[in-house]
Structures are given as C-alpha cells and as structure tokens.
Design a binder for this molecule. Structure first.
Ligand SMILES: Nc1nc2c(ncn2[C@@H]2O[C@H](COP(=O)(O)OP(=O)(O)OP(=O)(O)O)[C@@H](O)[C@H]2O)c(=O)[nH]1
Length: 748
C-alpha cells in the first residue's frame, strides 16, 4: 500500500528543524500538510480537476461540471457569474485530506485579467500543479504562470489534462514545455491510447498499467502493461532515470554504476529534485473523464514540499524596525521564519474578499507561531485588532476554528483594518522582532473607462463598494478625474472592468454604466535638466515670489510593474534659502498634482525625480501659494526640454485558429501593428503568437470571429509599457485632448 511519506528525507528534515522548539506531534502534522495551487492557461480544466479532487477526497458527494453542464455548476466556481460564464474569476481556497495528507488547495483563474489572483496564490503556496491542455500544450498563460511560479520559486508537478480530446498530443506538450519554459521535465506516466481511445495510464516508475473503473473512475485497477506498450514503458523509465541523474547525485551514482534504483529511491530522487526546482515530473490524464486524478494526488503528497521544507515560503522577509523599535530607521535585513508553532506569530494576509454569503474574509498564511482569536498587530499600520472569527474556507462556505498553526492557510472572517500583503503579528509585548513579508508583484493597470451610476440615490453605496473592490484587488482602481469630473475605473482588461460592473448589479443592486474603455497611456521624460527658476506674480494686492533651484531627471523605470514606475521628489536645501514649509510646497505640488495628470494628455506621469537643492525667499511675498505656483510653472516651462513622450501597454497575443485561416488572421494582426513571433500547426488547429500595442486590439475579436467563421479565439496579456512612436503619440494626445476639452500639446 502506498505510504506518502516514504520518500521524505527525515534525516535532512530533522537536521533542518533541529533548532525548532516545536513538538514532535506538530512536526509530524506539518510534514503531512501541503499548500498547493492549480494554475494554467484559461480553460485548461483547473476547476474540473479541483472538482474531482474534492470528490475523491470525500469533500463533496457529487461531481458538478463547469459551464452549466448541470444545474449547479462546479463547487469552486461559487460566484453566480463564474457558473454562468464557466470561468473562474476569483481564486477559491479549500482543504481536503488525501490518505494521511492535509491539502490546502487554491484554484486560480486562468483568464489574464485576473492574474493578480494567481500572483497572490503562488505567493503563499509551497507547491503547484501546472496544468496543460494535451492539445494546446504551452499556451500564453502557461508562460505567465510559469514565470509567476519561478518568481516565488514554487516547485511544481506538471499535469497534461484533456487526454481524451481529439489531437491530444502529450509528447508535443512536453517538448513545448522543455523548449519554451526551459524546464527539466520527464514523463513519469504514459498514456494508453489518446482521444476517445484514452483508456488508462502507465506508471513508468512501477512499470504497471492503471485503469480507472466505476462511474466516476473511483475504482483503481492495476494491471500488466499492454504488450504493445512494453518497450515504450521501459524506454520512458530509462529516460526518467537519465534526467534525474543529471540533477541528483544519488541517482547519478546508481546510473553510472548501472544499478537499477528501487521504486523508493526513484520517488525520493523525484522529491529532492522537484523541491530543489531542478526537475518537474510530468503526469497525464483527463479530469473530465475521471482518469488520473488520484495518481496526481499521490504525487502531490509524494513530491511537493511540506511547509517545513520551504523557508519563508520562498520569499524575503525583512525586519522593519531596529533594536530600539525605531520605525524610521528601517533595517532592510532579510531574515528567516521558522515553521514552528512555538515561535512568535508571523502571518501574511494575501487576499481580501467580500461575498454575500461569508461577509468579509481576510485569507492568510501563518508562517511562524500560531494564531488564535487574540489581539494582533498589523505591522504596516501599527494598528491592533482582534480577529472576530478564525475560519477555514471551502469555496464560499466557512468553518469556524480556534487555532491555526504555522504552515497553514486560513481566514479571518470580519472586516479588519488590513490590506492585501499586510503582515500581522501578536500584539502586546512584542515577541520577536517585527518583520514584514515582502510585497508581491502587481502589474500596472492598462485600461480605464468612465463609470456612472444610473440612479443618483445609489451614489454613496456605489462609492463604498468601489473602495471595497479596490481593497480586494490591487489591479483595480477607482477615482474621480479632477479635470473632467468623471468617475474612472482602471483595470487589467475589458472583462475585468465588466465583471466589477456586473458584480455591482448582481450582488449589491447598483446599476452603473461604463463608457468606452480606453488605454492607459503614461507620460515620461527622457533627459535630465537643471533649473534655476524665479517666479514673480503681481496681481493687485500682495505679490508672489519664489526662487527655486535643482534638477529634474528621469528615473530608471521597470515598465512591467506598477512598483517600478514610481516618481520621487526630494529636497536638500538650507532653511535660510528656502524654509522647510516652502520646500514642502514644492514637494506637495509634484506629488498631489503634477504626477497625477501630465501636460501631454492629462495622463499620470511615471519615473520622474524632482530635486530641490536651493533657492531664495522674499520677506513678504514668499508663501505656500507662491512656491506652489512656482513649481507648477517650472514644470510647464521646463517640460519641452525634458523631451517628454508617451508610453503605452504592449501585449503578448495568442490566437488559436483553424489552420486554413492562419494567413488571413496573421494579415489582420499585422494590420494592427502586430508582429507575429511564432506559428505552430497542430493538425486542423493552429496557433499564432505575437505582440502588439493594446490600443490596436479593440474590436479584434469581432474581426477574428468573422475571419474564422466563429471558430477562432484569442487571449492577450500585458507584457510591458513601451515608448510610443512620436507620430502615434501626437495623434493619441490630440484625440484625447480634444475629447476632454484640454489644450493641445505639441511634441517637439
Ligand atoms: N475533453 C475534456 N474537457 C475538459 C477536461 N477538463 C476540463 N474540460 C472542459 O474544459 C472546459 C474548461 O474547464 P474548466 O475546468 O472551467 O477550466 P479552467 O481552467 O478552470 O477555466 P478558467 O478558470 O476559466 O481558466 C470545460 O468545458 C470543461 O468541461 C478534460 O479532461 N477533457
């Protein structure tokens, strides 16, 4: 009988944990826990797979399909909208027990507009299942989730799903993964038949066939490998050993001395190399046809790490105060958290969510210590709160619990003063040094639209909701455009914005209309200029006078992340030259006005550093107003010399089309400034991959459907912001300035 811990290297684990104070019972229970995510390209079958996992682990009694196949929809797609559209919008957490292992699972959305959900999940998980479609292989979102997994060093198992589909080709999928993701991977299973003849699986390690009998594939039957596949099975085993030997010294030794490793040795080697991110075991099956899922669960227990084996969950934790508790003198010193329930509590809130059924929930992962319903401190705000309720999540239901131990994932039910990404510790006499878990990657919001409530009486509730959505989702924003007085929402794509408008209506009964979505251009500068600027204004009464000296320069920008696009204003001059309060007027004008709406088209300004290092004051006429106006006029006067321009979001685009339509679609894409980077033909279906500016893609779906008689589809995802060609930038500026009644700006 299979014992999941057979391949755990206990000696190493004990060495690693020798300095822990935790009890053996705690260590044993943590060794049996897994926190995993399931991530993939859209529609690869993540929710379908999770549904099977819940069924086989006894968590649900009946399997429900996604997309209205049955009356209720999949368990994890608990939002009405998810069930209707057959897509996952929010990541959902659940937990289940497989043999001796407790598994926390997060099913994440595949659609790129909800990428932040994947980011958040991977940030706190210890391992992942990277799902691929046996027909599509590596698709655009597969590349993204792979990048996200790498960012947090998440060990993974690859599961090639949809083996029952026509044109299923696992060899091609693996080859694509090896080439495109650059991963060291090998099959640990082979398929017996494909498409409608997909019957079962060959376990390459144990050299046996596995079939899934019964209505839901719940009865596992082991058998001899069919004779026509014996050679393939032996070859695959050899190939697997060779791959493992490349990255594991124990296997290398056996391989070189031509000694056959035992089954246990192979499992142990796969576990070591998977956890070290040197190898990815590849499995296959069909979630929909109930084949292969139980073996995948075995592999989760066997090969993915337990919380003890992932220091800090794979990211940096930094001390936020010095020894005297002085927060201004922050020490950016990485430190290590220990998965030990006896150490001081450190937990991170990775997601906030409000649903009508559960109310407000703050998902968190406990990294160190244990959490109870006692006073906690939010390290970012310094504020304390007591969790109203501690709960375990299962889709949209909650189960109250008393205590959560290190290594576990749970939620605080109730609205507490926290945002996604906050670190919490126990309040009161601080135990241990306050630390902060590092922020996660948040991509810039690339699209915006005006939004208007249909019924004025809903205005206050509407605003409240919008702010609540913003707290839940850092890739969604809501603000008032001071120039046009319109309410604006920003997000990752049209679907993203649409979903929030739908949620307003369905969940809160607020009807709102959104305007035509527009692209979020940003204003940047290209060169550094010193300034020595005197401002004078005499208008009847008291005059205004200010003298400011310093420089404005472009900062290095990382145009792929929201954080990398920050501005900075600094001042370093004597109080005798410019009083501190007036230095603040300079800083304030940049931070509150100039950076929010640039001169080119009123778009936010990115990557500007303004520095004040001198100047002068007039006894009577130098005040806040004078220095504020001086700063504004300086910016407007100096701007042409700073060689400003616009940057625009560039997207990676993947089009899946019938092969005979490939040329037509590629031509249409090229008309939209698209550059085709790769095409691949897989029988009657083909894929075109390329990149283009987001603003050329509006209405593309209509043209694509026309060209492919409704059979083509595409997905795109944000890649980075890039500078725009001058003629295009000028055109976009003229259009938007005219539309919004702003004065025109001429790029030189
Ligand atoms: N033929 C076949 N279809 C499958 C399989 N697994 C899932 N599907 C179907 O593929 C479609 C998408 O499945 P989902 O489980 O919603 O996929 P997902 O990855 O969760 O989708 P998103 O969350 O929207 O990205 C549904 O129609 C499923 O019934 C499979 O193994 N074989």
């Amino acid at each position: 009988m299979f014992f999941p811990l057979e391949s755990v290297d206990f000696t190493k684990m004990l060495r690693l944990t020798a300095f822990l104070r935790a009890t053996p019972a705690f260590l044993e229970s943590v060794a049996l826990s897994r926190n995993i995510g399931i991530s993939a390209h859209i529609d690869s079958g993540k929710t379908t797979l999770t549904e099977r996992i819940l069924f086989y682990t006894g968590k649900i009694a009946k399997i429900h399909e996604v997309k209205g196949g049955t009356e209720v929809g999949a368990t994890m797609d608990s939002m009405e909208l998810e069930k209707e559209r057959g897509i996952t919008i929010r990541s959902a957490a659940t937990n289940c027990k497989w043999k001796e292992n407790n598994i926390n699972i997060i099913d994440t959305p595949g659609h790129v507009d909800f990428t932040i959900e994947v980011e958040r999940a991977l940030r706190v998980l210890d391992g992942a299942i990277l799902l691929m479609c046996a027909v599509g292989g590596v698709q655009s979102q597969t590349l993204t989730v792979d990048r996200q997994m790498r960012r947090y060093g998440v060990p993974r198992i690859c599961f090639i799903n949809k083996m029952d589909r026509d044109n299923a080709n696992p060899q091609r999928a693996l080859k694509m993964a090896q080439e495109k993701l650059g991963i060291n991977a090998a099959f640990i299973q082979l398929n017996i038949g494909t498409s409608q003849d997909f019957e079962g699986i060959i376990d390459v390690i144990e050299q046996r066939a596995v079939y899934f009998d019964g209505k839901y594939g719940e009865q596992i039957r082991f058998a001899e490998i069919p004779s026509f596949m014996r050679d393939d099975a032996v070859a695959a085993r050899k190939e697997l050993f060779a791959k493992l030997a490349e990255h594991d010294s124990e296997m290398e030794e056996l391989f070189l001395s031509e000694v056959e490793p035992t089954v246990e040795q192979v499992h142990a080697a796969i576990r070591r190399t998977t956890i070290a991110n040197k190898f990815i075991p590849v499995m296959l099956g069909s979630a929909y046809k109930n084949k292969g899922v139980q073996l995948l669960l075995d592999a989760v227990s066997r090969y993915l790490p337990n919380p003890l084996e992932r220091a800090n969950g794979g990211y940096t934790v930094k001390r936020v105060v010095d020894e005297d508790g002085n927060k201004t003198n922050v020490k950016d010193e990485p430190t290590t958290l220990l998965t030990d329930d006896e150490k001081p509590l450190v937990a991170m809130i990775f997601k906030l969510e409000e649903t009508q059924k559960t109310g407000f929930c703050n998902y968190l992962r406990v990294y160190q210590g244990k959490m109870r319903k006692e006073s906690l401190i939010n390290i970012r705000t310094g504020k304390t709160f007591t969790p109203p309720k501690l709960v375990r999540m299962h889709a949209d239901s909650i189960i109250p619990i008393d205590e959560v131990k290190a290594g576990d994932i749970c939620a605080i039910a109730g609205d507490v003063d926290a945002s996604s990404g906050d670190t919490v510790m126990r309040a009161g006499p601080m135990q241990g040094t306050p630390v902060s878990c590092e922020d996660m990657y948040v991509p810039p919001r690339v699209i915006s639209a005006s939004i208007k409530v249909v019924n004025d009486k809903d205005n206050n509730r509407f605003r409240e909701r919008m702010y609540a959505f913003m707290r839940e989702d850092p890739t969604f924003s809501f603000f008032l455009n001071p120039e046009t007085k319109e309410n604006i929402i920003e997000g990752m794509g049209e679907l993203h914005l649409e979903i929030y408008v739908e949620r307003l209506k369905r969940e809160f009964g607020i009807v709102a209309e959104i305007g035509k979505p527009t692209v979020n251009y940003r204003e940047v500068i290209s060169v550094r200029k010193e300034f020595d600027f005197v401002f004078k204004r005499q208008s009847g009464g008291a005059g205004q006078w200010a003298h400011i000296k310093g420089y404005i320069e472009p900062l290095p920008i990382d145009m792929s992340t929201e954080k990398g696009t920050k501005n900075k204003v600094t001042s370093k001059c004597s109080n005798g030259d410019v009083r501190e309060a007036l230095q603040k007027s300079f800083i304030k004008q940049f931070e509150r006005k100039i950076f929010h709406g640039g001169e080119l088209m009123g778009a936010p300004v990115w990557g500007v550093h303004a520095h004040l290092n001198g100047g002068a004051m007039h006894e009577v006429d130098s005040n806040d107003k004078a220095f504020t106006n001086a700063t504004q006029e300086l910016w407007e006067t100096l701007l042409p010399q700073l060689e400003p321009t616009l940057v625009e979001p560039f997207m990676e685009v993947e089009m899946n089309v019938p092969s005979h339509c490939m040329t037509d679609v590629a031509t249409e894409f090229a008309k939209r400034e698209g550059i085709v980077q790769e095409t691949s033909v897989n029988g009657a279906e083909s894929t075109i991959r390329g990149e283009t500016a987001l603003d050329t893609m509006f209405g593309f779906i209509t043209d694509l459907r026309k060209l492919t008689k409704g059979q083509g589809d595409f997905s795109m995802q944000f890649k980075e912001y890039r500078p725009m060609a001058q003629f295009k930038a000028q055109k976009r500026m003229d259009e938007r300035n005219k539309e919004q009644g702003r004065k025109a700006y001429q790029l030189s």
